[in-house]
Structures are given as C-alpha cells and as structure tokens.
Design a protein around this ligand. Structure first.
Ligand code: HEC
Length: 278
C-alpha cells in the first residue's frame, strides 16, 4: 500500500503517466527507467535483463546453478536446425530477414509501414513460412519458440532498440499497447502495471514480482512450470488468466501492440534470451 502511494506521488510529480495528449515513447522510457532505478538502487541497469534474479539472492544462486546446464539448450539446437533447413521450395528463413535473420532480435517488434501493423519476431517467422508455401506454426510454444529462441541467441548482448517511428499509426499502436498495460482487467481487476510496476519487488503468494523493465529481453524463456520454452505472449495469456481475465489470441493486434510497448520499455538493455524462469 505504502509503495503504491509512493509511486502515485512520483508519477504525479513527473506527470508522464497522466493520459498524454500525444504519445511520447522516449519520455515514457525516461520516467519508467528512473522509477525502477529508484525502486532498486542497488541493481545496475543492465541487470534488469535478469528479472527477479537481479535482486533476489536465493533465486539468483539457484538460477546460476541451473544455467550451468541450461534447460533450453536442446530446444535452441532444435531451433537452429529448423532455421537452417530449407523449405520445400528451396528458400529458407534467411531469405526473409535482413542480415539472413541473424543478430536482428534487438529490433523486434517492428512497425511495418505498409500494413500499418506491429510485426513481432514470431509473426515474421510465420509470414516467412506462408510466403514460401509452408503452413504457419502454432504460436506459444514448440517449434516457433525454438526458432525464435535460436534467433535470440544470435543477438546475445546486443542492445535492444525498438523503434517507434513518428508515423501516426505507429504511435497509435504504441499507445494502444500502453493502454492495455495500464488497464485493470479480470475479476481481480488488476493491470500489468499493478503487479509489474507498482508492486515490483513485492511478493504475491510464493512469487516475487519482477519489474516490467527487462521483461522482454530474455524471451522466449524456458518455464519450469510448463517444462518448455514459451513465447512472451504465452506469458501474457498466463498473467491474464491469473487475474481471471480472458486472454487475447496469441499474435492478435492487442497482444502485438502490448508487446510493442512492453519491448520498447526495455530499450538500452542487452538481449539475453532464452532465459529460464519459474
Ligand atoms: C496479479 C499480478 C499479475 C498481473 C496483473 C500480471 N502479472 Fe505478469 N507475472 C505475475 C507473476 C506472479 C509472475 C511470476 C513472477 C515474476 O517473474 O514476476 C509474472 C510473470 C510475468 C512475466 C515473466 C517475467 C520474467 O522475467 O520472465 C512477464 C513477461 C509478465 N508477467 C508480463 C505481464 C503482463 C504483460 C501483464 C499484463 C497483461 C501481467 N504480467 C500481469 C503476476 C502478474
């Protein structure tokens, strides 16, 4: 309760979370980054990529042990094999992406001016498949998460730079994502921000709540609860269900816009996917 009051005051002071008349993604990030630096003064900025492991000593020790034999290793290898296997028409994923699909994760999601839509990496992977006569893969986990995770490893340590161009449609998509992030939903009437901004670092049942800053850096992530690699939107659906809200379809416009806002927030942090999490 105390933390929430503090936040409200901080935000009133900064004036940047009040409904803006126009989107200013850069100013949003400045306020968000400052907020988390104050909330976690002992956490170095780059460490936010590690979520709760950045400030929970016990969890960090367990995690470092686990990372000696990463639970996602086989899936990443499988993802590389899939990525490098040509389609029936002889083309491959490398033909669909700039730089052959390597070292590009840090720029996703991207805004596509032609379609006026946000393109996530997983959406682009499936668009590549269907453009080459292959069936789209189911979203959430499995092969699509493996391919995306392999692509993330080729960007290890690269600094995230999600761009919101000054195109009214791009700004509207960003704003829609931001709105979803702050909108209270479900029977429990909670927003993403309720748990991952206002209560970040606090405890909910057996879990310590991670800061939203740094959330997207390590996805797809291996979840012990699911015993599989999952995409970030699979996680969104899980969090929506936790507050008894109906999740959106994976890769719906709503979730793509949310991912756009959410990933942009982590600009300046290094890519470190896949991660491993509860
Ligand atoms: C009732 C509180 C609650 C709400 C509301 C909530 N989450 Fe979560 N979320 C959790 C808990 C608990 C976890 C697991 C512990 C952790 O990493 O924070 C989690 C985990 C996550 C993770 C994985 C963190 C990591 O480092 O791997 C992401 C990403 C995430 N939530 C995003 C969202 C988004 C986006 C929303 C809004 C659609 C949302 N959450 C709403 C409680 C919540």
């Amino acid at each position: 309760m105390k933390a929430i009051t503090y936040l409200s005051l901080a935000l009133l002071g900064a004036g940047a979370f009040a409904a803006p008349t126009y989107a200013d993604p850069k100013a949003d990030n400045e306020v968000m980054h400052e907020f988390f630096k104050k909330r976690f003064p002992n956490v170095e900025f780059a460490e936010f990529s590690n979520g709760v492991y950045a400030f929970d000593e016990n969890a960090r020790e367990q995690w470092l042990e686990i990372e000696d034999f990463p639970p996602y290793e086989d899936a990443v290898e499988h993802g590389q094999t899939l990525f490098e296997t040509p389609f029936a028409n002889g083309k491959s994923y490398a033909d669909c992406f700039e730089n052959g699909g390597l070292n590009i994760r840090q720029g996703y999601p991207k805004f596509d001016a032609d379609s006026g839509q946000v393109v996530t990496l997983e959406l682009a992977i499936n668009e590549c498949r269907t453009a080459n006569g292959e069936e789209a893969l189911p979203y959430g986990r499995g092969d699509i998460a493996a391919i995306s995770a392999y692509m993330a490893t080729t960007s290890a340590g690269e600094i995230i730079n999600v761009v919101v161009p000054s195109d009214p449609k791009a700004l509207a998509a960003y704003e829609a994502g931001k709105k979803l992030f702050y909108e209270r939903r479900g029977q429990l009437n909670m927003a993403c921000a309720t748990c991952h901004v206002h209560s970040a670092g606090g405890q909910i049942r057996a879990d310590i709540l991670s800061p939203a800053l740094g959330h997207t850096t390590h996805f797809p992530a291996y979840r012990f609860a699911v015993e599989d690699l999952v995409t970030i939107q699979h996680r969104y659906a899980g969090c929506n269900k936790q507050v008894r809200a109906k999740p959106f379809e994976l890769q719906s416009e709503e979730y793509r816009n949310l991912e756009y806002y959410h990933a942009h927030m982590s600009n300046g942090l290094p890519v470190n996917g896949p991660g491993s999490r509860k």
